[in-house]
Unconditional design. Structure first.
Length: 390
């Protein structure tokens, strides 16, 4: 608990400081929303059902219209004028000949479809540039890459195409700021989803990124990540959040704590962490949040693979709690079709060590596309924090 308390005091001290010698850093985290529910494909009972499910996901991706959403996302981000942007679900969607449809199931995890239909990163950077903001890719990690057969059930086999989904996590840094030591990777802890009747399971890898950035002569370190969801069916007594928690433990133990020990510069973690901070403190739905914010050490849940993590503590404090005490700060909840919905969870965070928030806000709640019908820009709101660096 001593380490967590020290982190809290560091943040509180930075919040109360008005020293003219400090540097203000603005960071944003935004989940772009891949455009459809890919988990539905794993629920299919046969390759034929999986092909129909893939077609429905692909139809949703087209209906949720990322090129139109990119304009709204860019405008929301530009209004924050960030120095650093952490992005999740930075998809590339490709189509190709029906290789998987013809029974080459090896292509599921060795994808070959090459016709790019949507490149979320390229679209967003183009829209930011149109608004006069230029950001360089400081760190990028590919987390997921799979290809599946898609068949329109109203047309039949003649409609078959392969659809390839590639996911990436990205850190963008404002052009002109110096960077060093970019790093990134995927977690050893992951879920695999079998595709019924194919003999193939798709690994749902999750990623992290890191880069150090200099502003006004001050160096700071930014981590970004997108952790696994909690609603994973697991045999009792193993909790559904075990994969998410394991990934958080890997990040803190082998990346964050080691980096701070080697060079204790201000360190920030942003991202979609899929753990619900709005829940009561004892709720399993916020267990990973409790670990990430230093309320509890990594627990012994009887999982041998996690034995080296038991007792590890996170140094981070939640910037939202200091900038907006008593405010809910919900960040997720729009429907998958982006037509409606209400924010219901706080799962997107800015966590800090050695730097305190000046202000922090959510954005994107009311912004919609100019399309008919109008669409929300993402199923997530963005979060933006202005941080005081020593």
């Amino acid at each position: 608990m001593r380490r967590s308390l020290a982190a809290l005091l560091l943040v509180a001290s930075a919040c109360s400081s008005s020293s003219s010698s400090s540097t203000t850093l603005t960071v944003v985290s935004q989940n772009l929303y891949l455009g459809g529910d890919i988990f539905s494909i794993a629920e299919a009972a046969s390759p034929e059902e999986a092909a129909v499910a893939t077609f429905l996901v692909w139809s949703d991706v087209q209906a949720t219209n990322f090129p139109a959403r990119a304009k709204v996302l860019a405008a929301g981000i530009a209004a924050q004028n960030p120095d650093v942007i952490g992005l999740q679900e930075v998809a590339i969607w490709r189509t190709g000949a029906p290789v998987v449809c013809l029974g080459d199931f090896d292509a599921i995890n060795e994808p070959v479809a090459s016709t790019v239909v949507y490149d979320f990163l390229a679209s967003l950077q183009t829209e930011l540039l149109a608004l006069g903001l230029q950001y360089d890719v400081a760190a990028l990690t590919q987390s997921f890459d799979a290809e599946l057969c898609a068949v329109n059930p109203l047309v039949g086999p003649a409609s078959a195409i392969d659809v390839r989904y590639t996911d990436r996590d990205v850190i963008l840094v404002r052009k002109g700021l110096s960077t060093r030591h970019p790093d990134g990777g995927t977690y050893a802890t992951m879920v695999e989803f079998p595709i019924s009747g194919t003999g193939v399971s798709i690994p749902d890898r999750r990623a992290w990124n890191m880069v150090e950035v200099s502003k006004n002569g001050s160096w700071f370190r930014v981590f970004e990540t997108h952790l696994e969801v909690q609603e994973i069916p697991t045999p009792p007594p193993i909790p559904g959040f075990i994969f998410q928690l394991g990934q958080a433990g890997e990040l803190i133990a082998s990346k964050v704590n080691m980096a701070i020990a080697l060079d204790p510069i201000p360190t920030i973690l942003v991202g979609d962490m899929n753990t619900q901070a709005e829940q009561p403190v004892t709720s399993p739905l916020r267990f990973t949040y409790n670990f990430l914010t230093g309320l509890i050490p990594f627990p012994d849940l009887g999982v041998p693979e996690f034995t080296p993590l038991v007792g590890v503590r996170s140094p981070f404090a939640d910037a939202w709690l200091f900038a907006n005490p008593g405010q809910p700060g919900l960040t997720w909840g729009f429907n998958g079709d982006l037509l409606a919905g209400t924010m219901s969870q706080r799962i997107d965070f800015v966590l800090t060590w050695g730097a305190g928030p000046w202000t922090m806000t959510t954005f994107g709640a009311t912004a919609v596309t100019a399309t008919t019908p109008p669409l929300h820009a993402s199923d997530h709101l963005g979060v933006s924090a202005q941080l005081q660096l020593p």
